[in-house]
Design a protein around this ligand. Structure first.
Ligand code: GLN
Length: 450
């Protein structure tokens, strides 16, 4: 084990310029490796994940380790407890190698919104890593760890997975405890898993999922196992997705080729109308900004991390928040406060809640007929990082295909769909019914052989 960990640590050093890790737990993971080696030598039992090298997004608590959410506001903050997901990994002897860079509080699609600098895409350093779990995806792609725990509110595991040619699973909402995951938008947030290997992804999922007494929204539904390559599965895609304005030609043609292949293999793949597509992004952004403005009010300079020097209380709050939060986080707090304000609450927040219910209902209806909803994961491959400035709207449009599963609380996976002419990965996105993660895994197993 020690040799393997040393190799990983060396690669992390060699690839330091990628900025994927904010901290590496070098001594700790070597000690853990030695402990596993010793137990193996003494024929003592080891956990199911013994030796699995895992990185965790800097939004996930690990007791007695720093937690910054890639924000200046949490500089110097040490986690008081471990997230349940981390606790479960440790119990099975996974080795946690470090804390990964991400967009501040998980807000973004490029990893440019980190207070600690952007993550570089390892395939082409001029491109973005994707976000918000960009460090987690790049670390897997560059073999700096085997698996990463990311978080996915609207696509933050799946879109960077697609940009980096790896696998990214967003579980059903509530299927993995949120205890110890810093809150962005609580009715959407879920811990997700990135890896190159599907079997590793599933192993980790099986360990971290399930009821947790610390998260009342967690569920204890038993997840059914499914048979591999079940050709009776019915798939649907939306006409509006293929007509979508921002969809790159190459991604469209990859996706169409895959539809063709699946049909040839005997799957039923049908086109459906989903007129709500244009409401997905506005609904997602109104609701998540509202929730974020409320969740992030706890960072006031009194309880956590950064505290600006100021004698009066309101001065302390406003100075700390002005200095501590980055531009995108501030934008979202302001927009969120606006949509929750007395005069606009019904027009925006209540309306968006209604549309969310409608989206959930229609989707549920559709999933009575079909097993999976398929689309590209993102409208294009990784984009240029150094364009003068990507407008926030441009970044929001990245989420057009991923937010559907988030609004509906459904599990979804991104698997590599092939490469563009420039050699950039694209992703194939599959949404299933609640608690059908295993069906996603078995179908993906088949897809990766396509
Ligand atoms: N890109 C999306 C956003 O900025 C998704 C973020 C996420 O899933 N954490 O909100």
């Amino acid at each position: 084990m020690r040799r393997i960990i040393e190799d990983y640590l060396q690669r992390i050093k060699d690839k330091k310029h990628l900025n994927a890790f904010l901290e590496v737990f070098e001594d700790e993971c070597l000690a853990k490796a030695d402990d596993i080696d010793l137990r193996l030598a003494n024929k003592q039992p080891v956990g199911k994940l013994a030796g699995l090298v895992v990185g965790i997004k800097d939004l996930i608590s690990y007791k007695d380790h720093s937690l910054t959410c890639s924000s200046k506001i949490l500089k110097g903050f040490t986690a008081k407890f471990s997230a349940t997901a981390v606790e479960r990994l440790l119990l099975e002897d996974a080795i946690i190698i470090g804390r990964q860079n991400c967009d501040e509080f998980g807000m973004g699609s490029s990893n440019k919104n980190s207070a600690y600098g952007r993550v570089l895409n390892n395939i082409d350093n001029n491109l973005v890593a994707g976000g918000s779990s960009g460090g987690s995806a790049v670390a897997v792609q560059a073999d700096l760890c085997m698996v990463s725990l990311g978080s996915d509110t609207g696509g933050s595991v799946r879109q960077p997975a697609s940009f980096n040619g790896v696998i990214g699973l967003k579980p059903t909402y509530g299927n993995v405890s949120r205890h110890g995951l810093a809150a962005f938008a609580s009715s959407f947030d879920v811990i997700g898993i990135l890896s190159k290997d599907l079997a590793d992804n599933k192993k980790v999922f099986d360990v971290i999922c399930g009821k947790d007494e610390f998260d009342s929204s967690s569920s204890d539904v038993l997840i059914p196992e499914t048979k591999a390559t079940d050709k009776s599965k019915k798939l649907v895609y939306f006409k509006q997705v293929l007509e979508s304005e921002g969809l790159s030609e190459e991604v469209r043609s990859h996706f169409e080729t895959w539809i063709q292949k699946l049909k040839e293999q005997g799957y039923t793949v049908e086109e459906a109308n989903f007129p709500l597509l244009e409401y997905l992004l506005p609904t997602y952004y109104i609701l998540t900004m509202a929730e974020a403005s409320s969740n992030l009010s706890r960072y006031d300079g009194v309880r956590y991390g950064l505290r600006a020097k100021e004698n009066d209380l309101y001065g302390l709050y406003s100075k700390t928040r002005s200095k501590g939060f980055g531009e995108e986080v501030k934008r979202r707090i302001m927009m969120g406060t606006f949509v929750l304000s007395a005069g606009y609450y019904d027009a925006y927040y209540t309306k968006a809640q209604r549309v969310r219910s409608l989206i959930k209902e229609r989707t549920k209806e559709l999933l009575k007929t079909y097993d999976f909803i398929i689309s590209p994961t993102a409208p294009g491959p990784a984009f240029e990082a150094n364009k003068e400035k990507n407008s926030p709207i441009e970044e929001y449009l990245q989420d057009i295909f991923t937010v559907h599963a988030s609004l509906a609380g459904l599990p979804a996976i991104s698997v590599p769909m092939g490469k563009t002419k420039k050699g950039l990965p694209t992703g194939f996105h599959i949404v299933a019914n609640e608690f059908e993660e295993h069906a996603l895994y078995t179908f993906s197993e088949y897809l990766v052989t396509l």
